[in-house]
Design a protein around this ligand. Sequence first.
Ligand code: NAD
Length: 482
Amino acid sequence: MSSATVAGHEVSTDHWIGGERVAGSERFEVITPIDGSVIAQVAAGGAHEADLAVAAAHAAAPGWAALGPVGRATLLTRLADLIDQNVERLAAVECADMAMLLESLRLRVIHRAAANFRNYAELAASYEERDWRSKGTWNRVQRMPAGPAAVITPWNAPFMLSTWKVAPALAAGCPVVLKPAEWSPLSCSLLADLTAQAGFPPGVFNVLQGTGEQAGAALVAHPMLRRISFTGSPETAREIGVAAARNLVPFTGELGGKGPLIVFEDADLDAAAAKAAGQYDDAGQVCLAGTRLLVQESVRDEFLERFHAAVDRHVLGDPRAPETTVSPLIHPEHLARVDGFVKRAVAAGDRLVRGGQPAGGLLYEPTLFEPRANDSEIVQREVFGPVLTFQTFADEAEAIALSNSTPYGLSGIVYTSSMGRADRVGRAVRAGVVWVNTFLVRDLTAPFGGIGISGLGREGGNYALDFYSDLKTLQILEGSVR
Ligand code: NAD
């Protein structure tokens, strides 16, 4: 058994398969973005470990299904309680692993993960099966757990994002094999420990560690899987989609974003500018971020003055320090990717308004471009870093046209004081979620997902339970049974 001491806490660096730690033969290095040092050598799985993990999930499936939604809800609620009780440990490890702000992890993000389990414990226990009479028969829709599910997650907010998928899959009765991202694999190892402490039967929850190319690819190609749920980039989604198609396995993808943040002249400009500056939080490594600032021409100067003042108040630094608001990027390779976007934009003639440079270690300056044209790469492609673009529009029609001018469609943010406009623009923006005068709040029963290259399928509420269930119609001739 191998483990690492991360932020003062012991974390297993092995796989978790069938209720046991499995070392495997190969290892990969994990660094902390805080200072770039190596903090763990984690098991690098391949086809053999993927096979063991799916076999363990498959073996656990009948027992987990037989427990029924109420039996499963008891364990999910216990797990939620354990997550809440372990917030300090989970937050400290995740902060070391991916450099999300410690305060944000302690106060919001980890509790949100617990809420996902609590929410699905309740939803699954009250998930309705439709009953009706027609054509001389009694009809009932039965929902059956689909079987072993693979959950593949990205490196940003890895603990909470994994629970968006793990919670509904387990609640619906599907054992899970979770493959966390190789740049931040540690907090999900702690989730395995908590499932054991909560009393989950062996094989119901498994963690397969390793790279996407080896562990991820072997997992999604496995013929015994019945569902695949992925969060990550559209490029990887295409590869996983091909593997899923080969085995005819349903697949959902929560993918990248390039959301507009639209500010109308009737908006509260202080609030809009503060929220726009807030898009640099977590170093812009947020799929839902409104990275394209679209501002009505008539309030351009008033908005920019407030925006720059708000960005000036950002403090770049160590994510553990309470005063820090912008943390380091996840990895040197990612910093080089972000910097590559910035350099190409400058070379292409997009006007660099502020920032544009690394700021020591893995920090990067909050950066703003005024693009030379809407087809600039910096407008059209997701950077996933602290880089925003600024464009103006004349009227509602132009705001909508610009909003819908990229291949993405994950989220949109609108600032206006007009109800009519909120409704019209909210409807017209092509995205899975549009927030008006707010950002990132989401009722856990609401659908969540993307349009275009931002996603396939929906998570959240009963939408995710539907995904992890096989539906059957039971039809009985009236009067034929007693
Ligand atoms: P990524 O696509 O590179 O990797 C995501 C996961 O897929 C990782 O676990 C990786 O190991 C695995 N993977 C890679 N290749 C694979 C393969 N061939 N087969 C199976 N698995 C494979 O994404 P990333 O860089 O980790 O994350 C950033 C991306 O995720 C951004 O595009 C971001 O917008 C997106 N994201 C989307 C949401 C959402 O809910 N829509 C949330 C967070 C992040």
